[in-house]
Design a protein around this ligand. Structure first.
Ligand code: CTP
Length: 487
């Protein structure tokens, strides 16, 4: 390698390199060369089979009693207001599954929110990712063995179990769930889980058949009764070819949000309030295998449900078919059709507020065929006769048990504000959150949104924000409006 250029490096890495180079009094290129050489030397000293590794120390060697590395590397220059886990200590237990690779990103996500992360890996996990990569990301020792009294780094499973604010198991395999549900403690991961008195969050990941197995279902019910929290699993494609269903590990950002919700000690202005939220699309069946749907991902509705829960509300989410995880701390009912969504919402009344984010299908096929409609040569396509679905927002907006605050959305591709104002009146809402969903905006399925709040008082245009930020601002607005209403 003739020369080394640092120009194309990530900004965060560049910043760190610049700092270290200044400390060592060398050029950035020299610093990069030194670090590279160090890392190559270190990795060539690693044992060749990961199963032999007891602990991998990336941080400089310290005595067993040294404090954990300081929380809160400001990864990616995250603004201070977003350092939602500042000072929090998280113990991440990584189980053996293909989803283990996502736990590497999870470590980054937790640390960029200000948390310090310490990791335990099961033997099986080390078949998928190495303690070396985990240690590089946690900047701490990676713990793998239950009995390791000879090692100066050993802190013991009891200390690991207690010296933390939350334990996250990701991926949580069927095996780890079974061990925890039955109180087994034969390895470090299960011993830590049994010894802890801290909250535990599991992010299961397994084949859909394993997830659906009665044994796993029994274990899940036991664990929930024991107060263990779950995030996911999600629906979707599996690593195995042609396998799909419920069993994919929740995405790192979803797990990080669940951690934030569990460790959140912020103000709870919505405590004691019941709020209904609808989210996602609806599916309207044509026959047993076909349906009419739309592109809604549920991201905005789920984010609103989570944001309201963070402010202390008792959130009842009615979700159409989506592939994202149920938000943490939210009671979720899953439905498929508009009529099921309407019935679920009506069963949840009375409520203090209701937020209708779902992209409900306006029409459904008039009658679902009992059998799959066959293609008959020469007969042409069947004519689909459609009838109107119930308008859930309008019926709740004019309901005798109308919640104090009714918020609707207006998904428009033209005349945004005029259409939103008309919906406000027609549907009996207090606010309409108007958003332009034309394909060019990328709102449907995307992560950002630009909305205007339309009410009798006028129009408040918000800047383009992440869907989480829109959710947080809307939750704050709802809290403000409910402040004056008696619980
Ligand atoms: N909505 C509902 N039930 C329906 C249709 C819509 O609850 N059957 C709610 C949506 O959740 C949203 C609001 O009504 O809060 C507006 O949805 P939108 O699809 O924008 O309006 P529509 O009434 O369907 O009108 P159009 O499709 O003509 O724009």
């Amino acid at each position: 390698m003739a020369s080394l250029t640092v120009r194309n490096l990530d900004e965060t890495v560049k910043r760190e390199l610049r700092k270290r180079a200044a400390e060592s009094g060398v050029s950035m290129e020299q610093e990069a060369r030194d670090r590279l050489a160090e890392s190559v030397n270190a990795s060539s000293r690693q044992p060749s089979t990961s199963a032999d590794v007891k602990q991998v120390s990336i941080a400089p060697k310290k005595s067993a009693d040294v404090k954990r590395p300081s929380a809160g590397i400001q990864d990616e220059g995250r603004p201070a207001g977003m350092m939602t886990l500042s000072g929090k200590r998280i113990l991440l237990i990584i189980g053996g599954g293909i989803a283990a690779y996502k736990s590497l990103d999870l470590i980054r996500r937790l640390r960029e929110r200000g948390a310090s992360v310490r990791a335990v890996m099961t033997d099986a996990a080390q078949h998928f990712i190495t303690p070396l990569s985990v240690g590089a990301l946690t900047a701490d020792h990676v713990f793998t063995e239950l009995f390791d009294r000879q090692d100066e780094q050993d802190v013991g499973h009891i200390r690991l179990a207690r010296d933390t604010d939350l334990i996250v198991v990701a991926p949580a395999t069927a095996d780890l769930m079974a061990k925890l549900a039955n109180g087994l403690a034969g390895d470090l991961a299960s011993a830590v889980l049994l010894a802890t008195d801290r909250p535990v969050l599991l992010a299961p990941a397994m084949n859909p058949k394993m997830w659906a197995h009665p044994a796993t279902r029994r274990n899940r019910a036991t664990l929930e009764k024991d107060g263990i929290r779950f995030i996911g699993p999600n629906r979707g494609e599996m690593a195995e070819r042609a396998e799909a269903g419920e069993g994919r590990m929740a995405e790192p950002l979803e797990i990080a949000a669940a951690v934030e919700a569990l460790l959140d000690t912020g103000p709870k202005p919505l405590a004691g309030r019941r709020i209904i939220v609808t989210s996602g699309p609806t599916h309207e069946p044509i026959d047993p295998v076909r349906y009419i749907a739309n592109r809604s991902s549920g991201k905005q509705g789920h984010a609103i449900a989570a944001a309201l829960a963070r402010l202390g509300a008792d959130v009842r989410l009615v979700a159409g078919p989506v592939s994202i995880a149920d938000p943490a701390g939210v009671n979720t009912t899953h439905v498929e059709t508009a009529r099921q969504m309407r019935d679920a919402v009506e069963r949840l009344l009375p409520a203090d507020a209701a937020v209708f984010v779902a992209a409900v299908a306006d029409w459904r096929p008039d009658g679902e065929a009992d059998e799959k409609i066959k293609k008959v040569a020469g007969k042409g396509p069947p004519a689909l006769s459609m009838i109107e679905n119930p308008d859930i927002l309008a019926s709740i907006g004019h309901h005798r048990q109308r919640p104090y605050l009714v918020v609707g959305f207006a998904a428009e591709t033209q005349s945004l504000l005029e259409n939103a104002a008309a919906k406000l009146k027609r549907k009996g809402a207090d606010f309409i959150v108007a958003n332009d969903v034309s394909a060019a905006t990328g709102v449907m399925g995307g992560d950002r949104n630009r909305v205007s709040i339309v009410s009798k008082a006028g129009v408040d245009e918000w800047p383009e924000l992440g869907k989480d930020e829109v959710a947080a601002r809307l939750a704050a607005l709802i809290a403000e409006r409910l402040k004056t209403v008696e619980v």
